[in-house]
Design a protein around this ligand. Structure first.
Ligand SMILES: NC(=O)c1ccc[n+]([C@@H]2O[C@H](COP(=O)([O-])OP(=O)(O)OC[C@H]3O[C@@H](n4cnc5c(N)ncnc54)[C@H](OP(=O)(O)O)[C@@H]3O)[C@@H](O)[C@H]2O)c1
Length: 302
């Protein structure tokens, strides 16, 4: 089909880790025309078939951003200063509906507060879960929930190994390292699921939850996998209360690890959802050991 007769997918967060993966997968699939959305289109020319301005904090930009779109992918960035995920997502859902979008894909996370019976508070998870109902009730012909895992890439950035007081390189975190609770994955592969969902709305566009999971591990298994590849990483469990006050924002990270330990990242047995996600993506996601060999080579941590 020629490019101008293809249906259009508008991708929020197209310059970020999740959205760029969606843009790449849609481009590789070739079935849709892709519109990358960013607050700074001039900085990102050539990112997709079209690059258009969208600022979730300025709803007036969303009408043009979603105009003519058959599908919309939405991710909100909890960590960006001043972000109100509920407000941003509500504006995006409203604008997508007004623009006549048929298929809405929302990148969500489990409802920690509900599943933990109010014991744990992890706003960057629960805040996303609360948006699910808004997507469900908006009246789109098709809608899909994708769940991003604990990015393998976190181990190169926000959760990278650090020099410890005993001189080793490793992690000091508030989690029992023997508990298998972390659903992980290569975030560059999220787009395969999203592109698959847009291409197969009858199988994946009826409110299905599609998590990307390449591996399911304990911290000991993460460390052992890396050390078998030649690293010499250490792991030390630290008390939640100590970790929670160690830097600004640490309380939320501590609660996140408490969640992984008590309920697992996905919060329930999700093997059927993972199986469907892999089928819709058309491939098995990359295992941690395979990813690490390429992306976390030994010389980088020496
Ligand atoms: N790290 C993890 O393990 C993990 C796991 C699951 C979920 N998450 C969630 O992933 C989300 C972040 O996604 P990411 O990793 O793809 O982020 P990222 O790589 O930091 O990129 C953030 C993206 O958000 C866009 N953005 C931010 N504010 C915006 C606004 N007001 N209007 C329009 N676009 C805006 C940015 O676009 P421009 O700057 O180009 O405008 C950029 O493309 C967070 O909410 C986090 O909770 C993370």
């Amino acid at each position: 089909m020629s490019s101008n007769r293809k249906k259009l997918i508008a991708v929020v967060g197209a310059t970020g880790q999740q959205g760029s993966s969606v843009v790449r997968a849609l481009q590789a699939q070739g079935q849709f025309k892709v519109r990358a959305l960013t607050r700074n289109p001039d900085k990102h020319r050539g990112l997709a078939d079209e690059v258009v301005e969208a600022d979730l904090d300025r709803p007036e930009t969303l009408q043009a951003a979603f105009a003519g779109a058959h599908g919309v992918f939405l991710v909100t960035n909890f960590w960006e200063q001043g972000t109100d995920e509920l407000k941003q997502a509500t504006a995006a859902v409203r604008a997508a509906k007004a623009a006549g979008a048929k298929h809405f894909v929302w990148s969500t996370l489990p409802d920690v507060e509900a599943i933990s019976g109010g014991k744990l508070h992890v706003p960057h998870f629960s805040g996303k879960a609360k948006i699910d109902r808004i997507v469900r009730e908006a009246g789109f012909a098709h809608y899909t929930f994708v769940i991003a895992p604990f990015y393998y890439q976190n181990l190169l950035g926000v959760t990278a190994a650090q020099k410890q007081s005993d001189g080793t390189l490793g992690w000091a975190l508030p989690i029992d390292p023997t508990v298998r609770g972390i659903h992980m994955g290569d975030i560059t592969e999220l787009g395969n699921i999203v592109a698959g969902a847009f291409a197969h709305p009858h199988e994946a566009g009826n409110g299905e939850y599609l998590p990307l999971v390449g591996d399911f591990m304990s911290f000991n298994e993460i460390v052992d996998t890396l050390n078998r590849q030649g690293h010499e990483f250490s792991f030390k469990q630290v008390p939640t209360e100590v970790f929670a006050t160690s830097f600004p924002g640490a309380a939320e990270i501590a609660a996140t690890f408490a969640w992984f330990q008590a309920h697992t990242y996905l919060g329930s047995n999700s093997s059927d959802q993972i199986g469907l996600a892999n089928k819709i993506a058309g491939r098995q996601p990359t295992k941690f050991s395979t990813w690490a060999r390429v992306n976390l080579p030994v010389h980088a941590s020496a």
